[in-house]
Design a protein around this ligand. Sequence first.
Ligand code: FES
Length: 308
Amino acid sequence: MQPHHDETPHVPGPSLWPVGFAVGVVVLLVGLIVSWTAVVIGAVIALAFAFLWVRDLTAGTELAHAPEVAPEHAVAATAAGDDEAGEATAPATDRYPRAKFLELSTLGLGGVIGGLVTAPAIGFMVAPAFLKQGTKDHNIGPLTDYPQDKFVVATWMSDASQGEVSRRTAFVRNNGQINGQPSFTIISNHCAHLGCPVQPNGPLDEKDTKKFADVTLIPTVSIAGFGCPCHGGQYDTEGNRTAGPPVRALDRYSFSIRNGNLYLGKPFSVSHVDGSGSGAKIHKWAFSFPGEHVNGIESWLYPVQPPH
Ligand code: FES
């Protein structure tokens, strides 16, 4: 028997859609390292080419229609078929090509299995880094505990339920007022090289240590910047790098004042600071991990940051 013409395997012609789809996926994955903008662009490219690919595959899959045959001719043709093959031939009916069905069902099943495998991996391994992160504003004591123009070493627990392991440190200086608004310089003690704890370059006035809830405040006598014990990184009193391997200035904290108390807000990164005190111009960037450039072409080389 000759195969029916509808049984001819459907072989799609050469197409660039799979290549475009692959390019979109690559851009999306690279975007996860580089920036959210690239993630969105990659997703759009992948979806657009996936649509074109699927449309190409499904083109020409309309039900194959047998040509209209007049009833008397159909009877004659059936009789002729009986004579030649020795058995009855089924009348022509609408059919869906078997090869096409297998092709699409294989692709669809592969997509479903791929989704079932990758969705849990994304859900359990990647998503937690982006969910329930962030910091709450933390009360670090009354304004009266921060004498003007002096740094105070403030430590507090970022998560009291985890105990001392969550203790954080910042150097806080009351700059007085500017335009009627209180001004504070609040510098993180995380070295901008590899994150070691930076120390004040000067003596502390430990006898005047104050405690407030989980907060400890130790005034400094007089300091000449900050130094890192790990690799010798040095910073001035605005947190600008002055020597050693750090690639940027020390991070800072935003702040607010409520009911006469100073509250720490979110940390942010700083490339450098012009000026000093209440008149300083802070070149502020999104929070970045130690060792990362925040500006310039080098800043393109680091992965997307989860919320902090
Ligand atoms: S971690 Fe501070 S200089 Fe290396």
